[in-house]
Write a protein that binds this ligand. Sequence first.
Ligand SMILES: C[S@@+](CC[C@H](N)C(=O)[O-])C[C@H]1O[C@@H](n2cnc3c(N)ncnc32)[C@H](O)[C@@H]1O
Length: 308
Amino acid sequence: MSMEEIGGANTNPSMLGHDDVDEIQTQVEALDPSPAQDDKLQSLSKNKLRKLRKHDKLLENRILKRQKERELRKQKKLRKSLGNAEKFLLAEKLRKAMNSTSTPNIVIDCQYDKEMTYKEKTRLAQQLRRAYSSNKSADEPVHLTFANLSKDSEFFGICCKQNDGFAKYIVDIRDESVVDIYPVDKVIYLSPDSTTVLTRFEKDKVYVIGGLVDETTNKDQSLKFSENHKISSARLPIDEFFVPQQGKGTLKKILTVNQVFDIVLEWYRTEDWIKAISIVLPERTGFLPKNISPIQVIDSMQSSTLVL
Ligand SMILES: C[S@@+](CC[C@H](N)C(=O)[O-])C[C@H]1O[C@@H](n2cnc3c(N)ncnc32)[C@H](O)[C@@H]1O
């Protein structure tokens, strides 16, 4: 006879104590499952049996809960060690790329910090962190340099304050200017105000992103610096590959430092301007990719601009 079949008429809902449970268990154990014992089984009240089953269920749930907690703890530990292993592999990949002479060079020029407000410096520090973490997780990281960044400057202090572990970033931190680090004819300064349009990134050139967060107040700063130092400059081919949808989105073509850096990474990955620029200028920003082939665009760029 099953436990469900055992029961009496008592429906008193009061809870059973441990003694009650023991007593019922003794009674149930003493029962012979033969038909002759049916009467005895019937004599147990339905209510007591319900409570006994409830008690068993509670015990069972408690055991299941503990098993589940143990399993979750195990999974958490495993995830943590996998996360650490992944972090280690990413750091190794980045270190390898930084040490290789064939890795493309990108510089973020921090020379403008003296002209910035504290708030702007804080924003630039955050953009350096975003650029660094994009590089760290990139399939093919570039050789990233923060130029004009002295380790005893106020800006370096802000970077350390804003970004955990900044001083240990796997990045080249140089206090010299780009013109002192690289031959000037290898350098191309990216500037939204340049009249030259970039057709592609070349691995033997060094591309510089101006460490500026302003969009309007200090117009032409990066262009002026490149002109003063006889460095080539170039703007990203946004107009060449995208059509602005008037009345839609921000239509901003002056991008932040980390957005430009992300475009560089994506371009190196895909060698496709539409894909590269779309990751920071999705359609909602008001730019629609032009419906023409990249070859047509390159042809038109080559006939109208000085190509780098
Ligand atoms: C916020 S912008 C600063 C704009 C600033 N008025 C200037 O003089 O460069 C930060 C940097 O990102 C790069 N940048 C932003 N938009 C760009 C574009 N459309 N083409 C090329 N470089 C761009 C430039 O290197 C620029 O210095």
